[in-house]
Design a protein around this ligand. Structure first.
Ligand code: HEC
Length: 120
């Protein structure tokens, strides 16, 4: 009886862990490439054509640990789902909302953004 219980709990553990998305999940990488990389660059450095065209210059470097300190995880989630408007060099710049990124994909994307930071 005990063995059965252990097996059942092991099995459900395996199920839940394989279902949750993390920064290595291909769905998360696809979301970053499809919804974020056009402005931020695949590497997160923010030095993209799109950024220059739309915002007049590169975006903040998300690989910089100092930049990562600017926001907490819940703020990052909010930014992704609701978008964000701020003023840059006296001009209003707008990051679009992507409310279609939700649940585990959102959790995974937050981790993904954190992993962009490189230790210097
Ligand atoms: C249309 C261009 C655009 C897209 C697409 C975009 N962003 Fe942004 N993002 C911006 C702008 C503009 C800012 C604010 C200015 C800056 O950080 O230089 C910003 C800022 C950020 C910041 C830093 C905020 C801060 O206060 O330091 C993070 C993190 C971020 N975006 C993540 C994402 C993620 C994740 C996605 C995809 C879901 C995404 N962005 C998609 C334009 C974009």
């Amino acid at each position: 009886m005990r063995t059965v219980l252990v097996l059942v709990s092991l099995f459900s553990f395996a199920l839940t862990t394989s279902a949750s998305a993390d920064e290595n999940d291909p769905r998360v990488k696809r979301a970053w490439k499809a919804k974020c990389a056009s402005c931020h660059g695949e590497d997160g450095k923010g030095d993209t054509e799109q950024a220059k065209k739309k915002f007049g210059g590169p975006l903040r470097d998300l690989t910089d640990a100092k930049v990562q300190e600017r926001f907490k995880d819940p703020e990052l989630r909010d930014m992704i789902t609701k978008g964000k408007t701020e003023t840059k060099d006296g001009k209003e710049v707008k990051m679009p909302a992507t409310p279609e990124i939700a649940g585990e994909q959102l959790d995974g994307l937050v981790q993904f953004v954190r992993k962009l930071a490189v230790k210097k």
